[in-house]
Every structure is written in structure tokens, then in C-alpha cells.
Design a protein around this ligand. Structure first.
Ligand code: DNO
Length: 394
């Protein structure tokens, strides 16, 4: 696999020079300043591509070319937005940037409730607490009938939390779930937006009446429109799994399991319609056997995210060491190195540690934690390649 790194553009405090020193081969980035839904022009793409190349690296993957909400819920302006998407894809193809990650999660991208969960060794990691999330849903968003989505035992804990939670903790929860984790990835809500809860509730309302079948229908419609352009320019589109991989806040999620992946790959059966194999997202659903998914879908995987999680019985999950947890990254490296060896791979997230603890990196994307995880993954890759070489000689 090709070693790549998610870099947030020229304003990123982690420079291309730093990335070359730690052995990076490719860059994963996006035109972060272009508002969601607007065309990515050839000029803007080439300008960033040249900058990356002048730093001695290549632009391997776009993460992400975002899909506008209206395409996902099937709004009035979806045709115009799909046209803009197609133009952006064609421009990427013309510029030679040929792997494009996106997601099809309604309203909210990845979800965590705690960005500073302290580990015993003093480092910090990202955490999802089901009860706090249910509290956000029932008591902060006040979504109609939200309680019905949780068991009575869970609701008892939510009511108990309501008696002790402070106003500051509530603000922190809002900031974590819908602002801090979303803004930097071209999400719907950005730092500084006034009344994020009201904005968020307006977005949720757009999905009234959209169930899993309808969302699938809308994804299929999108793929049928964009894949011919991807084929024409040799671009590999690869959808990111839903994180976490289950329905949330009354919204359907449709890239969560083996059955879902099988569905979208067949909805438009083209090699240019592929998967971003995010081991972290997939592993946070107890229904997923991550190595089995890798074996089955390696041939249609176009980009790999290496990260792992530990899941508790109650559904809480924590981002685990890259050497442990349900992601089984050692096994995944064996599978991908054998089945599809040239895939771009990035180490996804890392713990917050050492000098980085007081720096304001995007959550999950600190320098030292990711570098540490990269060193572990690098070791796995070297070991696996060695195993493979020995097998040919024996
Ligand atoms: C979070 C990321 C996601 C991912 C998008 C891809 O760390 O894994 O935000 O980039 O879902 O479209």
C-alpha cells in the first residue's frame, strides 16, 4: 500500500517538509475553502496539486468531494448540484487526481461525544458514549419521539444524567457532536455559527419521511449520474462507511454492513464505484467482522483507512491502539497487501500525546499521535512484505 497522510492544506501547521521526513509518499486532501456544492475548478485543483508536487509529494486522494444534502434527500436543486459534482470530478480526472472519497451520511458525518478521554498512560483518545449521545438527542435537540430509539434501561440512565449534567457540559456536548468534529471537514456547521442546535434541527427536518429505502434510492440515482464521468476520466469514487455504522437521530445510514456494501457496489456495478475501507468506522459496529469484510471487498476497495476501536457491550466505543481492537489491522494489511497491493492507505486518527496535548489540531488529527500510529503500521507492512517474500522463496 502507498503511505498517505491527511493534510488540511497550506494552513495546516503540519507542513509537507515534515511529512517527507516521516516517510510519506502521498497526500490526502481537499479544496477545503470551496463551499459545499460549488464547482471545483481545474485551476484551483492544479494550483494545489502543483504546490503538493513542489513539496516532493503527490496528491493521491481527494478526501472528500462532499455530496450536498440536497442530493442526499432529493431536494429541488439536486440536478444543479449533481452537475457541479460531475464538473468537479471531470476536472480532477483531467488534473490526474484519480481517487475520490465521499460519504453519503445525512446531516452529520462522524460522531464522537468526547474528544479528550484520558487513557491510563496520560494520553487522550476519542470516545463515543451512547448515553450522552441519547441525552443530546432527547434533551438538547428535543427530537420528537427520540426516546423510542433507546431501551428503557438506557432512558433511565439518560434521566439520571439530566439530574447531574452541568450547563458547561451541555455546551461541550453540543460543540463536540455538531461543531468541532464537523466544521473542518466541510460539514454543515462551522466554529462561530450562532445557535448550532437550531441550524442542526432545521437540517434534520429536511429528512422527514426519508427512510433507508429512499436514501438508497437517492444514492443509486447519484451514482448512476456520476459514475459515467468517473469512468470516462478514470477516476475511482470510493464511499466512506458511516461512522458509527448504525442509524442515528432518526436518520437512516446506508453504508454500515456487509449487506449495505454489497448493495451499493451492485447498484451501479462499475470498477469506478468503489469503497473506502475505513477499519475504524466498520469496527465500531459489533455486527461487522472487519477482516471478513476486507477479504470480501478488497477487489473493490480504492482507499484504506487504518484505525481500530474497542466496543463495550452497551455500544460505547473508544478509538483503540492501531495494534489492537476490533479493526485487526495486522490481518487487514496481510489481506490488502496480497489482494490489492497498490492501494493508497492512510493512518486514521491517533491519540493526543506529548507536546501535542495543548495544541489545537483538528480532533483525531494531531501530529505525534498519528506519527506514532504510522510507525506501528509501517512495522506491520514491513513484516507482512517480509512474510510474503519468504513464502515465495520457500
Ligand atoms: C473523520 C473522517 C470522516 C471522513 C468523511 C469522508 O475523521 O473519517 O470525516 O473524512 O466521512 O467523506
Amino acid at each position: 500500500m502507498e503511505k498517505t497522510w491527511r493534510w488540511f492544506g497550506k494552513k495546516d501547521p503540519i507542513t509537507l517538509e515534515m511529512l517527507r521526513q516521516i516517510g510519506m509518499e502521498g497526500i490526502v486532501t481537499a479544496l477545503h475553502d470551496v463551499p459545499n456544492g460549488e464547482v471545483w475548478t481545474l485551476d484551483a485543483i492544479l494550483e494545489l496539486k502543483n504546490y503538493i508536487e513542489s513539496g516532493g509529494l503527490r496528491w493521491s486522494v481527494v478526501e472528500s468531494l462532499p455530496v450536498s444534502e440536497s442530493i442526499k434527500y432529493g431536494g429541488k436543486d439536486r440536478e444543479r448540484l449533481i452537475e457541479n459534482y460531475i464538473t468537479g470530478l471531470a476536472n480532477l480526472g483531467k488534473a490526474g487526481v484519480k481517487t475520490v472519497c465521499y460519504n453519503f451520511m445525512p446531516v452529520i458525518d462522524w460522531i464522537r461525544t468526547d474528544l479528550h478521554r484520558k487513557n491510563a498512560d496520560g494520553t487522550y483518545t476519542l470516545f463515543f458514549d451512547k448515553i450522552r449521545f441519547a441525552y443530546f438527542d432527547c434533551f438538547i435537540l428535543k427530537r420528537k419521539n427520540a426516546e423510542k430509539d433507546y431501551s428503557s434501561e438506557e432512558m433511565e440512565q439518560v434521566y439520571a444524567l439530566d439530574k447531574t449534567i452541568t450547563e458547561a457540559e451541555k455546551d461541550e456536548l453540543i460543540h463536540t457532536i455538531i461543531v468541532k468534529t464537523q466544521g473542518f471537514i466541510n460539514g454543515n456547521i462551522r466554529e462561530g455559527d450562532q445557535n448550532p442546535v437550531a441550524i442542526f434541527n432545521r437540517l434534520l427536518a429536511l429528512y422527514d419521511g426519508i427512510d433507508k429505502a429512499q436514501l438508497r434510492e437517492n444514492m443509486k440515482y447519484f451514482l448512476e449520474r456520476v459514475i459515467p464521468t468517473a469512468e470516462k476520466y478514470g477516476v475511482n469514487l470510493c464511499v466512506h462507511p458511516d461512522d458509527p455504522p448504525f442509524p442515528v437521530l432518526g436518520l437512516p445510514r446506508i453504508v454500515t454492513s456487509e449487506e449495505d456494501i454489497d448493495w451499493f457496489l451492485n447498484a451501479v456495478d462499475s470498477p469506478n464505484n468503489g469503497l473506502t475501507f475505513c477499519a475504524g468506522s466498520l469496527s465500531s459496529g459489533l455486527h461487522n467482522d472487519v477482516p471478513a469484510l476486507a477479504k470480501r471487498f478488497a477487489g473493490r476497495t480504492r482507499f484504506v483507512h487504518l484505525r481500530s476501536t474497542d466496543v463495550e457491550k452497551n455500544g460505547n466505543f473508544v478509538e483503540a491502539s492501531h495494534l489492537g481492537g476490533r479493526g485487526h489491522l495486522i490481518e487487514l494489511v496481510r489481506i490488502f497487501e496480497k489482494e490489492n497491493p497498490n492501494l493508497p492507505m492512510r493512518v486514521d486518527h491517533g491519540k493526543l500525546m506529548l507536546d501535542d496535548i495543548h495544541k489545537s489540531y483538528n480532533p483525531g488529527y494531531s501530529f505525534l499521535g498519528r506519527m506514532y500510529a504510522l510507525a506501528q503500521v509501517d512495522g506491520i507492512m514491513a513484516t507482512v512484505r517480509n512474510e510474503m517474500a519468504l513464502k515465495t522463496f520457500l
